[in-house]
Design a protein around this ligand. Structure first.
Ligand code: AMP
Ligand code: GLY
Length: 427
């Protein structure tokens, strides 16, 4: 089966890397891809917002399965277009992708179906939002309802902060249309975890729980990023907690979407807060996480091509948990100096071969990379993921940091504490 992967980040390279283990996989293409996806797959320079161009390509190359990485094409209805053309695609249709693209929709869905989440109010009118925050205890979290590249949620510890964030989002339109509707919600205390379920619309299969590190600097300080590293499994989600999450959150969400006529086929990614009163949904995403995918797929002890093909097509006979290797996986992001603000591109990257030469369980998964004049160069904020598998988390961390030390590009930076929250559980 020939496969087309849409996207260009670490997530897409990790998906291609895992697919290459499958006997079902034929020729792989990635649109548009990065220097890493170009190793096992053929990168194709297609405009991913042009559905007709993608469909033409899929027909021409006899693509048996298309897998969508990022949220934007799903929000734009790429799955609807492929369905109409009768080409198999893994990813939710536009109406189902709204679970990520509209926080107002997802919060109301959770309320209607009693799925645990933070209390909230939705506002489309600035004046009402402004007077509401004057009357509530702080901290609160102010969120743009639409897609804002992971930057749309602000924890506000005072009334004056909430008021200024509401002004920026609703009046100054710092996120454009995405901030015309805002959610003001209760601040939840606890530890965060990401849980992923591959859904066929009715049944689902759960992957290893992971933990992301969203803040740019150590100890979760600094601005939010797309994610500076991840590890799995996350011990805060032990098997008992996972059962509870499946029963109280994943199953009712999949059922709710079906009941609403928005059957969810694809990866349901729940960002959770594990609070003292149980797991609560912080947000839903309609796709694999980045950088979480880089750690959950190496741990998957099953055929990814087969799982995604079934989810997109005939479906699963029942829900359950996918087999996970009895190991730990950690991914450390090497970022460009300045990220998540402005940064330089086109910087030459050296040392990758040396970094992976001494350990078969360490891999480099590319994110913002490209090949220019025969050299590997940086082309994005998050440049590389150094991914290691080991029998304990501490060892996985050591392997990734050792390898990362051998990779060089101007301005390279990374956090030094990826995985520490997990390591402390093991004493
Ligand atoms: P979101 O874009 O909704 O995933 O939020 C981004 C980040 O803000 C989350 O990963 C949390 O760290 C934090 N956050 C969002 N909502 C809440 C909440 N209700 N309580 C505490 N922290 C939150
Ligand atoms: N790692 C968070 C995300 O993919 O949105």
């Amino acid at each position: 089966m020939n496969i087309l992967v849409i996207g260009s980040g670490g997530r897409e390279h990790a998906i291609i890397d895992k697919l290459s283990e499958s006997e079902l996989t034929g020729i792989m293409y990635c649109a548009p891809g990065n220097a890493g996806t170009g190793i096992a797959a053929t990168n194709v320079d297609l405009n991913i917002s042009d559905h007709a161009e993608l469909i033409r390509f899929a027909k021409e190359k006899n693509i048996g399965l298309t897998i969508v990485g990022p949220e934007q094409p799903l929000t734009d209805g790429i799955a609807d277009s492929f369905n109409e053309a009768g080409i198999l695609i893994f990813g939710p249709v536009k109406a189902a992708a709204e679970i990520e693209s509209s926080k107002a929709f997802s919060k109301d869905l959770m309320r209607k179906y009693s799925i645990p989440t933070a209390d909230y109010r939705i506002f489309t009118d600035h004046q009402s939002a402004d007077s509401y925050v004057l009357s509530v205890d702080h901290p609160v979290v102010v969120k743009a309802s639409g897609l804002a590249a992971g930057k749309g949620a602000v924890i506000c510890s005072s009334v004056s902060e909430s008021r200024s964030v509401l002004k920026e989002m609703m009046l100054d339109k710092c996120f454009g249309e995405a901030g015309e509707t805002v959610v003001v919600e209760e601040y939840l205390k606890g530890e965060e975890a990401s849980v992923f379920a591959v859904c066929d619309g009715k049944n689902f299969k759960i992957l290893a729980p992971a933990q992301d590190h969203k803040a740019a600097y150590d100890a979760d300080r600094g601005p939010n990023t797309g994610g500076m590293g991840a590890y799995a499994p996350a011990p805060v989600v032990d098997p008992g907690m996972m059962e509870r999450i499946a029963k109280d959150i994943i199953a009712p969400t999949v059922d709710a979407m079906r009941a609403e006529g928005r059957e969810f086929k694809g990866v349901l990614f729940t960002g959770l807060m594990i609070t003292s009163s149980g797991p609560k949904v912080i947000e839903y995403n309609c796709r694999f996480g980045d950088p979480e995918t880089q750690v959950i797929l190496p741990l998957l002890d099953a055929d990814l091509a087969d799982i995604l093909f079934k989810a997109a097509g005939e479906g699963f006979p029942e829900s359950g948990v996918l087999p996970v290797k009895n190991m730990h996986c950690l991914s450390l992001v090497l970022a460009s100096g300045g990220y998540p603000g402005s940064y330089r591109k086109g910087l030459v990257i050296t040392g990758i071969e040396d970094a992976v030469s001494s350990d078969a369980d360490t891999k480099i998964i590319h994110a913002g990379t490209a090949v220019r004049d025969g050299s590997l160069v940086s082309s994005g904020g998050r440049v590389l993921n150094v991914v290691s598998l080991a029998y304990d988390l501490k060892q996985a961390k050591e392997k990734s940091y050792r390898a990362a030390g051998k990779i060089h590009f101007d301005g390279k930076y990374c956090r030094s504490d990826i995985g520490d929250k997990g390591i402390k559980y093991y004493g």
